[in-house]
Design a protein around this ligand. Structure first.
Ligand SMILES: Cc1ncc(COP(=O)(O)O)c(C=O)c1O
Length: 403
């Protein structure tokens, strides 16, 4: 084939590739060379999908759930989401407010693309999940970032109020957060929506890590807000992390009926719907909350156990500073104290860890937080211990010189 310059569309050309996937790629390449890497860049559970969900998927195939479903998803899937939210959170959601999507990512894309016009402003608190600004760029809208360092990366209603302009159409929130692991307290979440709703601004809440909130924090969904506030909210839900089902590609949106209708229209011309028998399996899992929540609790407890060991251990390393995350499975470490002669940026520290210790991490710059590094603890305790041991040897312990 002749070599040519492919004329990539302007709006895709403006988007950046995913920095988290780049780190994963670096790890894969080193592994392929036979190097024993410690991968702390992963954004997915290290657990297998629970056996009973796999069994439901086989059952779905055998029962003939192998053809198209409605674009909004199987009726049974949508009703199972509604019943689950009613039982677990006391939420009252109507059928025309739910739609299935291919993962949380498509839920977010559907929500943004059906609301935004070029020139609209979208508020995004820092640090943010890498995909948020890229979706906004794709829509031709502008990302307006909110600094949250003064409140230790926990967004407040006052910060939102101060950032609103005449062009603000949407706020995107993600609690528990990737990358910071911080959780916005439920009362503050409600105040944030109140501030937005009063100005006619919509709120897109990415609840991908909803169930990974460690006591005393608790899972809190904006789907539970009273109707007059929920009118302005779109929940982007996902089965990926909650049930260790990243490869199954299933998520959903909960939004007002008009927004939902627009998202279904858009999806009818793109992915159509997530895989039929996967929807069947997810509906069965949601209708069996004792079993599915027991599986989720077991995973959550293990993440919590790792966090309780890993974060204090990171804080013993010279130059590292990390607040205790209340949720998700990431530790977001401030390494600015280390910058100067040896390292100019946090990307240099990440690069050094990769080159000298084969530890793969994700630099904070892609999350809008230069000077920070994200460590995922969705890996074995043994890997976390090996990584800490190596980093203590490289950087020294606080109050103790490096070896
Ligand atoms: C904050 C956040 N939202 C959404 C997603 C995407 O999830 P899904 O696999 O359901 O598309 C991820 C995945 O890493 C994430 O971290």
């Amino acid at each position: 084939m002749s070599v040519m310059t492919f004329p990539v569309s302007d709006r895709v050309a403006r988007m950046k590739g995913s920095s988290t996937l780049l780190a994963a790629q670096a790890a894969a390449e080193m592994r392929a060379q036979g190097i024993d890497v410690i991968d702390l860049s992963v954004g997915e559970p290290d657990f297998d999908t629970p056996e009973f969900i796999k069994t439901y998927a086989w059952e779905g195939i055998e029962k003939g759930f192998t053809k198209y479903t409605a674009t909004a998803g199987l009726l049974d899937f949508r009703n199972a989401v509604i019943e689950f939210y009613a039982k677990r959170f006391g939420a009252e959601i109507k059928l025309n407010e739910v739609a299935a999507s291919c993962g949380g990512k498509q839920a977010l894309f559907n929500a943004a693309c059906t609301l935004l016009n070029p020139g609209d402003d979208v508020l995004i608190p820092k640090p943010y999940w890498v995909t948020f600004p890229e979706i906004i760029t794709f829509c031709g809208a502008n990302s307006v970032f909110i600094e949250t360092e003064q409140t230790d990366f926990i967004l407040t209603a006052d910060q939102v109020a101060a950032a609103i302009t005449d062009k603000t159409k949407l706020l995107i929130i993600n609690s528990p957060s990737n990358p910071s692991g911080r959780v916005i307290p439920p009362a503050e979440m409600k105040r944030i929506v109140e501030v937005c709703a009063a100005r006619g601004i919509y709120v897109l809440t990415d609840e991908c890590y909803l169930f990974f909130a460690y006591p005393p924090a608790e899972p809190f969904s904006l789907a539970t807000l009273p109707d007059e506030l929920r009118e302005y909210v779109c929940v982007a839900g996902s089965f990926s992390k909650t049930y260790a089902m990243t490869g199954w590609r299933v998520g959903y949106t909960i939004a007002n009926s008009e927004w939902t209708k627009a998202m279904i229209k858009l999806q009818s011309h793109s992915a159509t719907h997530p895989t039929s028998f996967v929807q069947y399996a997810c509906a069965r899992a949601l209708r069996n909350p004792e079993k599915s929540m027991a599986a989720v609790s077991a995973m959550t407890s293990e993440y919590e156990r790792r966090r309780d060991w890993f974060v204090p251990a990171l804080n013993e390393i010279g130059g590292f500073q990390c607040s205790m995350p209340e949720g998700a499975f990431y530790a977001f470490v401030d390494v600015r104290e280390m910058l100067g002669d040896r390292f100019a940026t946090s990307a240099d520290v990440a690069e050094f860890l990769l080159r000298e210790a084969y530890i793969v991490v994700t630099d904070g710059a892609g999350f809008g937080a230069d000077g920070f590094i994200r460590f995922s603890y969705a890996t074995s305790m043994k890997n976390l211990q090996r990584a800490v041991e190596k980093m203590k040897a490289m950087f020294g312990e606080k109050g103790v010189a490096a070896a």
